[in-house]
Design a binder for this molecule. Structure first.
Ligand code: IMP
Ligand code: MG
Length: 182
């Protein structure tokens, strides 16, 4: 479908599913190289940030082949189509992460407030290493110092939905990515 409507807004097709999947293939390949030394005794922690990253995390899980443990947390900062600037913790980060190598799986990095809050919380938990793996990056907006280790796709500063991303909770179950049509 070329156009969709969610709540009061119209969106047009932006990134077709096959392009998203190709970008995920490339990121998974990198992860498989970088975490090849994970072991059953010392598995990597794949930390999925709910709800937006749930599809990306599932697609990664189908493609990565090193020992890992799946965990989740839920942070939110968006209301409607813009950031509130305040990061709320709805489901806290897991305990027992001390000495672990953590891969933060995010749907999208925009201002970076969420990723800054998460890496700070992980630092306080004395993780061995925390890397960021994001499906999307709004690179003209992001102005923080946290290194974004794995970025599947860069997009301009536009509001998008689909493939896990929502507009006021709708649109997560659309398999392509759509952009606000204004
Ligand atoms: P940040 O904290 O400003 O980097 O925002 C990151 C969070 O805001 C993401 O995890 C998303 O939940 C949400 N977000 C940012 N941009 C978009 C967008 O274009 N569409 C839907 N959600 C977005
Ligand atoms: Mg999110």
């Amino acid at each position: 479908m070329e156009k969709i409507t969610l709540h009061d807004k119209t969106f047009r097709l932006f990134i077709p599913n096959q392009d998203i999947e190709k970008a995920i293939d490339a990121v998974a390949l990198q992860l498989n190289q970088d975490y090849a030394d994970s072991t059953d005794q010392d598995p990597a922690i794949l930390l999925c940030t709910l709800n937006g990253a749930v599809i990306f995390a599932a697609e990664l899980l189908k493609r990565v082949n090193f020992p890992l443990v799946l965990k989740a947390c839920k942070l939110s900062s968006y209301q409607g189509t813009s950031s509130t600037g305040v990061v709320k913790t709805d489901v806290p980060l897991p305990n027992n992460l001390e000495g672990k190598r953590v891969i933060i799986v995010e749907d999208i990095v925009d201002t970076g407030n969420t990723i800054v809050a998460m890496t700070e919380q992980l630092r306080q938990k004395n993780v061995k290493d925390a890397r960021v793996c994001t499906l999307l990056l709004k690179k003209d907006v992001y102005d923080k110092d946290v290194k974004l280790d794995y970025v599947a796709m860069e997009i301009p500063n536009r509001f998008i939905v689909g493939f896990g991303l929502d507009y006021d909770e709708l649109g997560r179950n659309i398999k392509d990515i759509y952009v606000l049509d204004d």
